[in-house]
Design a protein around this ligand. Structure first.
Ligand code: FES
Ligand code: FES
Length: 853
């Protein structure tokens, strides 16, 4: 028995003394605010205080914590200056890392009440945030030190009940529910049921804002509930209940408004009937319907029963834009308070009675088969219940997580070499470059590039190479499943409820109505959680054992079994005529195909639209363009990664445009504007970003400005990066990134700003740090020590400007990513003359280039 003092309470737990404190806090004490991100002391998500000092609880054997004072996020007072500042600055996105961030900051501030910025940044360096909330964390710490308050607190907000996973939210049913997204109950609560997953993009606030505004609810009466996996919550455009492609607002805005306007009209009719007055004398106003002349009013709750009996009007009148009260205002997010105090429930935090923990041994190389394993040794480990052969994966199910992991180690699985033992970084790069010589498919053709090239007086070419990337969501893949004879319940952080439903159907043979999918908060998605591979494992294990199963992947499993952002290789030729005009653009792209695996019907004439997007669809007015796509098939599985093909094509296109500008002696901004004469929206974002970044004004010696713009997911984004390079070691410092975005009408401006900030940090991390390593036929990268992501100390100042626009709605989650890498590469060129054409930007390569200059 181990005795622990946590948050002022004494606990006695029956656990082996070498178990890390993290797992005792989470799985035995059920204090799940402390998170697992890496298990090797590299991410900081597990930070707690031990005797007042910040400690990585994954690195502390529980025996060493005996007799010490342990504080977790749950032990910080609600009015702690950092908790308040975190809410006021609206720091969290997915929220998974935030308890660790706050605990680290709290320990720092207890050591030094007025620390310097540098001291804070150094102290926060080891706590990683994949969503890129660093700029807001900095601001929140400054705010906490300065004692400023805006007056936003948890209690001043409406309530986000995103915890249907644990059954706390009110049930759907009684009351007025004219559509699947809305329930008004007699207690005057307006519950908005959200069919999209909350992974940090703020959709659990933005979608309810649309409903509440159109129905004319009072925001304080609004509650939010995650939808079950059901047909009525399918995305109206895609026909699937899926969150991705920066589409939540774009696809849901009009359907939600129409449905909500109908509900408003039904409430107004109910009031008019009650008072026996004409409908036009009544109006909905802030959660009530009032009779204008007499001043009488009834709340939505009071009208709910009567409204439920009124037929749904087929063509309700929508509010005018001038009547919006919520849409277009920066509303504090409803999910933020729970993400700050550690009470938000992620998939990792789910716990159900009688569950077993599962740990899975996985092949180290693609196609590797099991030669042997020691089932008996695993079954001898105390707490291990059974070993399940899952075909090329061996699972151990046990009473405790510790026993499951020890059982897995005891298996001593011997694997063969796999189907591609020669696959490694070098062979992969060689194959990609070789494919540039293969004939591909024509993805886009305008004019006649051959003729134009013959006319060109100046010809330029460049090749760009980008690596495979991991999603590295801060919360690794996980799923809890309980299969009974006639039902299956699944608790899962997923972006694809339809896919989960389908997967469970296939594994169990149950009907959709027998399957219950509880979507938890997602500790990051970025496309990885569009896959259901981890769901399949949990359900199969529940089927094999007859018990509820909690399956948590380790960081290593997560990183080595990803569906990666495809590597890509682009060769572009540009032809310029005697007057310095760009007359020809020939782009050959080598990239794997995502769609051929997931939605092969999307691949038309051999063209994967995800591979070529951003190369096809660029807005530059070039009279002769040809884009040829060469599909490459290698064993590395690929999937959707935040901004998908735009993430690699924007780098190639915007770097090459910069090369062309310099080759013709033109200013890179002017060069772009000249190619966009008939495209006012990209022109405008370029002009705004240039003005705000003081483009063309002198910078400090050794600093350079780089500019890039890109259209993706319906939005135009331009960025200017200011960077410098350390001439001693080649390290790049990005000091500032200014961003202008035109995403059409905006629902929650602060959420758009946050997505741009997060997208920029995501893009910056990929540009400077990230590359999946391969060796011996499999993935060599394992964890954050050999797949680095950007720490806070390298996060630049970020400034986001939203360009007012009445154009079509655009997305926000992804479009911030694509322009970041090229704007940095272009800034490095401006600062040093070194042109970076391979990502990530390696200091040693830059040093070599600088030496050659
Ligand atoms: S530092 Fe402990 S889980 Fe990452
Ligand atoms: S908010 Fe930090 S990892 Fe998502």
């Amino acid at each position: 028995m181990i005795s622990l003092e946590v948050n002022g309470k004494t606990y006695r737990v029956d656990v082996t003394p070498d178990v890390p404190l993290l797992w005792v806090i989470r799985e035995y004490l059920k204090l799940t605010g402390t998170k697992y991100g890496c298990g090797i002391g590299m991410c900081g998500s597990c930070t707690v205080h031990i005797d007042g000092k910040a400690r990585r609880s994954c690195q502390v054997p529980v025996r060493n914590a005996q007799g010490k004072r342990i504080t977790t996020i749950e032990g910080l007072p609600e009015d702690h200056p950092l908790i308040r500042a975190w809410i006021e600055e609206q720091v969290p996105q997915c929220g998974y890392c935030q308890p660790g961030q706050i605990m680290q900051a709290a320990a720092l501030l207890s050591e030094e009440s007025n620390p310097s910025e540098d001291w804070v940044m150094k102290g926060m360096e080891g706590v990683l945030c994949r969503c890129g909330t660093y700029p807001r964390i900095k601001r929140a710490i400054r705010r906490a030190i300065g004692g400023e308050q805006k007056g936003i607190s948890a209690s001043s907000l409406g309530a986000g009940d995103w915890d249907s996973a644990m059954g706390k939210a009110s049930p759907i049913g009684d009351g007025f529910s004219p559509n699947a997204s809305l329930l008004i109950t007699p207690d005057n609560i307006v519950t908005v049921i959200v069919g999209k997953s909350e992974m940090g993009q703020g959709v659990s606030t933005s979608l309810p804002m649309i409903v509440a505004d159109e129905i004319e609810a009072d925001w304080k009466q609004v509650r939010v509930k995650m939808a079950p996996a059901r047909e009525e919550y399918r995305d109206p455009v895609w026909g699937m209940q899926t969150t991705g492609g920066s589409t939540s607002i774009r696809h849901m805005f009009w359907p939600l408004r129409k449905a909500s306007a109908a509900a408003r009209e039904m409430l107004v009719s109910a009031a008019a009937q009650t008072w026996a007055v004409p409908i036009h004398e009544c109006e909905a106003y802030r959660g009530t319907v009032r009779h204008i002349e007499s001043g009488r009013s009834l709340t939505f709750g009071q009208l709910s029963q009567k409204a439920a009996k009124i037929p749904i009007p087929p063509n309700p009148s929508l509010k005018k834009e001038s009547q919006f009260r919520l849409i277009g205002t920066s509303m504090p997010r409803l999910d933020v308070p729970d993400k700050v105090n550690g009470s938000a429930i992620f998939g990792m935090d789910v716990s159900i009675p009688d569950m077993l923990y599962a740990a899975v041994a996985r092949p180290p190389a693609y196609g590797a088969k099991v030669i042997s394993y020691d089932r008996e040794a695993a079954e001898k480990v105390t707490g291990v219940r059974t070993v399940v052969d899952l075909n090329r994966r061996i699972a151990v199910c046990a009473d405790t997580l510790d026993a499951a992991w020890k059982g897995r180690d005891a298996l001593h699985v011997m694997w063969d070499k796999g189907e591609h033992p020669d696959l490694n970084n070098e062979t992969l790069e060689r194959i990609f470059v070789q494919h540039l010589h293969k004939k591909g498919k024509s993805a886009h053709n305008r004019g006649n590039v051959n003729r134009a090239m013959n006319r060109a007086t100046q010809k330029i070419e460049a090749t760009y190479i980008l690596p495979y990337l991991s999603h590295a969501t801060m919360e690794p893949m996980n799923c809890t499943a309980h299969l009974r004879e006639d039902t299956c319940k699944v608790w899962v952080p997923t972006q694809d409820q339809s896919g989960v439903l389908q997967m469970v159907k296939e594994v169990t043979g149950l009907k959709p109505q027998q399957i219950h999918v509880h979507t938890t908060y997602l500790g990051g998605g970025f496309g990885r959680r569009l896959e259901s591979d981890f769901v399949e494992e949990a359900v199969r294990l529940s089927k094999a054992t007859g018990k509820p199963i909690k399956l948590m992947w380790t960081r290593e499993e997560d990183m080595q079994n990803d569906f990666y952002r495809p590597a890509a290789c682009s060769k572009i030729h540009g032809g310029i005529d005697g007057k310095g005009r760009l007359i020809a653009w020939v782009h050959k792209l080598v990239a794997p195909s995502i769609f051929s695996r997931v939605y092969s019907q999307m691949v038309k004439n051999g063209i994967d639209p995800a591979a070529v997007e951003g190369g096809v669809g660029m807005k530059y007015e070039i009279p002769n363009i040809h884009l040829e796509y060469v599909r490459i098939d290698v064993p590395v599985p690929v999937g959707f990664w935040r901004s998908v093909g735009h993430s690699h094509n924007a780098f190639a296109v915007e770097s090459f445009v910069d090369e062309l500008a310099h080759a013709t002696g033109k200013d890179p901004l002017e060069f772009r504007l000249n190619l966009l004469k008939n495209h006012p929206r990209p022109r405008r974002v370029l002009e705004v970003v240039a003005e705000k970044a003081r483009w063309g004004k002198p910078l400090k010696k050794g600093h350079g400005h780089g500019i890039a713009q890109h259209f993706s997911f319906g939005s135009y984004v331009a960025q200017v990066a200011e960077a410098s390079v350390n001439k001693e070691d080649g390290t790049i410092k990005v000091n500032r990134i200014v961003c202008a975005v035109d995403c059409g009408p905006v629902i929650n401006p602060d959420a758009v700003t946050a997505q741009m900030e997060g997208g920029i940090i995501f893009g910056l991390s990929a540009a400077l740090k990230e590359s999946v390593g391969f060796a011996r036929g499999g993935v060599e990268s394992e964890n954050f020590h050999n797949y680095e992501i950007l720490p806070m100390s390298q996060a630049p100042e970020i400034e986001v400007h939203i360009v007012k626009s009445n154009a079509k709605l655009g997305g926000a989650g992804e479009p911030g990513v694509p322009p970041t890498a090229p704007s940095i590469a272009n800034a490095v060129f401006a600062a040093t003359g070194a042109r970076i054409r391979c990502l990530p930007m390696k200091p040693e390569t830059i040093m070599e280039m600088i030496k050659k200059e």
